[in-house]
Design a protein around this ligand. Structure first.
Ligand code: AMP
Length: 212
């Protein structure tokens, strides 16, 4: 097993790219820290109850809480698998926790999208609450409006996708998460792909970046 970290702002397409690649390649596994947390909130576990308030306000949940979940997923992932780790680490402390776990990080790939485009992307974002597939009303619409192509569930707007919370999440991204770009660049582990191309192109560039 090895790990490729996806870096990029909220709305940059990390989940869409990782979800697409994992559905097309049996040896790729998409792990989204946001999905793990939303799952815990929906189930009403202790971790979910603790995480809920932070998530609704666009803040990061405590490092130890999300690190425990990631540690479990890393431990249960074995064999010839590359984990596409989306949303973790989210700050330098978490990157160090990942190192201390001895997790086999192969590299980090930044999906580069300017802030000006992010707001618009998130405003049109729709999500399947059942199978977690992501859509966009203009850029990636479902076949039937409001209905998931894969499982038929009714699509929803994520609670934290409202314009004010998105602004807060972008502030948190620049303050907490962006320093990871320099962190992985300094280690010689960073690659970058243009995130404003159509999804198929971004996914193909990402796959290329994973190869060498
Ligand atoms: P995402 O789906 O990646 O946009 O994550 C949604 C929300 O979950 C974030 O705004 C945070 O509140 C929380 N979250 C996800 N991943 C992390 C992480 N690695 N550390 C702290 N909070 C996280």
């Amino acid at each position: 097993m090895n790990i490729v970290i996806l870096l990029g702002a909220p709305g940059s397409g990390k989940g869409t790219v990782a979800g697409k690649l994992a559905s097309e390649n049996a040896n790729l596994k998409h792990v989204s820290s946001g999905d793990l947390l939303r799952g815990a909130v929906a189930k009403g576990t202790d971790a979910g109850r603790e995480a809920k308030g932070y998530m609704e306000s666009g803040n990061l949940v405590p490092d130890a809480l999300i690190a425990r979940m990631i540690k479990d997923v890393v431990a249960e992932t074995t064999g010839d698998v590359t984990m596409l780790l989306d949303g973790f680490p989210r700050n330098l402390a978490q990157a160090k926790i990942l190192e201390e776990m001895g997790a086999p990080v192969k590299g980090a790939i930044l999906i580069d999208v300017p802030d000006a485009i992010i707001q618009d992307r998130i405003a049109g974002r729709r999500t399947c609450p059942r199978c977690k597939a992501g859509y966009h009303v203009k850029n990636l619409p479902p076949k039937v409006e409001g209905v998931c192509d894969h499982c038929g569930a009714e699509l929803v707007v994520r609670k934290d996708d409202n314009p004010e919370t998105v602004r807060d999440r972008l502030v948190v991204y620049h303050r907490e998460t962006e320093p990871l770009i320099a962190f992985y660049r300094d280690k010689g582990q960073l690659k970058s792909v243009v995130g404003t191309d159509p999804i198929d192109t971004v996914a193909a560039s990402f796959l290329d970046a994973m190869k060498d």
